[in-house]
Design a protein around this ligand. Structure first.
Ligand SMILES: NC(=O)c1ccc[n+]([C@@H]2O[C@H](COP(=O)([O-])OP(=O)(O)OC[C@H]3O[C@@H](n4cnc5c(N)ncnc54)[C@H](OP(=O)(O)O)[C@@H]3O)[C@@H](O)[C@H]2O)c1
Length: 349
């Protein structure tokens, strides 16, 4: 790789694109070459992302004017990157796609959850699934990575150690996520109008959420599993809190469960096991993760049954999107995985 990697971002006026610009401006090995927006073409980045005023003098270009670069991040709505497959191939050898277009490896799983056949089934499986804690080695030197969904990231990271250790019943897991409004991107609509959105606790996907497919793929790893997943919007801008109920196959005490999590995550730079006896923040809470690439994971065993409750929290725009895309890029290009991701968050916030 060249000492300075030329990076462009397609869909950079959106929320995940804005976070990527913020992170990559601080990356010592990156020069941001171009950032795209159709709506804001010609306007400065600071006009759209006010936190970046004085941080850069870049302006947005329309997608059609983007030039070849070393690595391309795609922050476009679902379906847009697969539609532009040839354009993407011609622009950059290395691609990190933040959309859902290439997350699934199996065409039948895609059709079942997205309700239509994939437009390029031949490409499924050619992207590495973007959670580094699960796919780090495949990412080193890879040319294509597909970042995971934010709800899927929070859920998978909470449950992965238990599924990998094969200690939970495979057909009974129930997950509820509470999510912030930035999950929906920066396009406004009737559901995001302030009087409608403010103060809401809105069950928007009691069943059928598409991210369930990623959970089945990544937690099942070829085994037949069921994840009973529901999602609720709450009055928060950033953040996902996943509360997962799993049922243990064996009578494991909390010490044994600690051991499973410590073995899986003890060496992980972006995962913290959070389970305190006292204080306000005894279990993971997305509020203090805003702007960080951290995933906090905690658990509690129900002493009266074999139920284990796992609580996992992330910032959807960071560990659930742009933050997750940067370690993938770092591994693809041979940088230290943690480069440009040192922010530890704010307290109080
Ligand atoms: N928000 C999250 O928490 C989150 C988490 C994980 C993954 N994702 C995924 O990441 C992707 C981006 O999400 P986001 O929240 O950043 O969305 P967003 O805020 O709505 O931004 C979308 C971006 O795509 C551009 N765009 C839209 N339609 C386009 C088209 N037809 N041709 C070219 N450019 C187009 C927009 O540019 P204009 O200025 O021209 O409109 C904007 O820059 C989505 O696929 C989303 O599912 C989002």
């Amino acid at each position: 790789m060249p000492s300075e990697v030329r990076v462009s971002i397609a869909g950079a006026s959106g929320y995940t694109g804005g976070e990527l610009i913020r992170l990559l401006l601080a990356h010592p090995g990156v020069r941001i070459q171009q950032v795209s927006s159709q709506r804001f073409a010609g306007k400065s980045v600071g006009k759209v992302h006010p936190n970046l005023r004085k941080g850069t003098d870049l302006s947005f270009s329309p997608l059609e004017e983007m030039q070849p670069c070393d690595a391309l991040f795609l922050c476009l709505p679902h379906g847009e990157s697969s539609k532009r497959k040839d354009w993407v191939d011609g622009i950059a050898p290395r691609v990190v796609d933040l959309s859902a277009d290439f997350r699934l490896a199996d065409a039948a799983l895609y059709e079942r959850w997205y309700g239509k056949p994939h437009p390029h089934p031949e490409l499924l499986g050619s992207y590495v699934y973007g959670i580094p804690e699960l796919h780090r080695e495949e990412m080193r030197g890879a040319m294509r990575v597909s970042s995971a969904g934010c709800n899927a990231t929070a859920t998978i990271l909470g449950l992965h150690p238990l599924y990998a250790a094969d200690v939970v019943e495979l057909d009974r897991t129930v997950v509820e996520v509470k999510v912030g409004s930035s999950e929906g991107g920066n396009e406004s609509g009737p559901a995001t109008h302030h009087p409608e959105r403010s103060g809401c606790v809105r069950s928007f996907a009691p069943t059928g959420h598409r991210h369930t497919a990623e959970m089945i793929q990544e937690l099942g790893r070829g085994r037949e599993i069921a994840i009973h997943f529901s999602a609720t919007s709450i009055d928060m801008v950033r953040g996902v809190l996943a509360t997962s109920h799993v049922f243990l196959k064996q009578d494991l005490d909390e010490k044994a469960i600690w051991k499973i999590y410590r073995e899986a995550y003890g060496g992980e730079p972006f995962i913290r096991i959070v389970k305190e006896r006292d204080g306000n923040y005894r279990f993971p809470e997305p509020k203090i993760l805003a702007g960080t690439n951290l995933c906090d994971v905690g658990f509690q065993r129900d002493p009266a049954s074999n139920r284990l409750v796992v609580v996992s929290a992330i910032d959807n725009l960071m560990k659930g999107a742009a933050g997750q895309a940067v370690p993938a890029f770092n591994l693809m290009c041979g940088f230290e995985e943690t480069t440009a991701l040192g922010f530890l968050g704010l307290h109080p916030i």
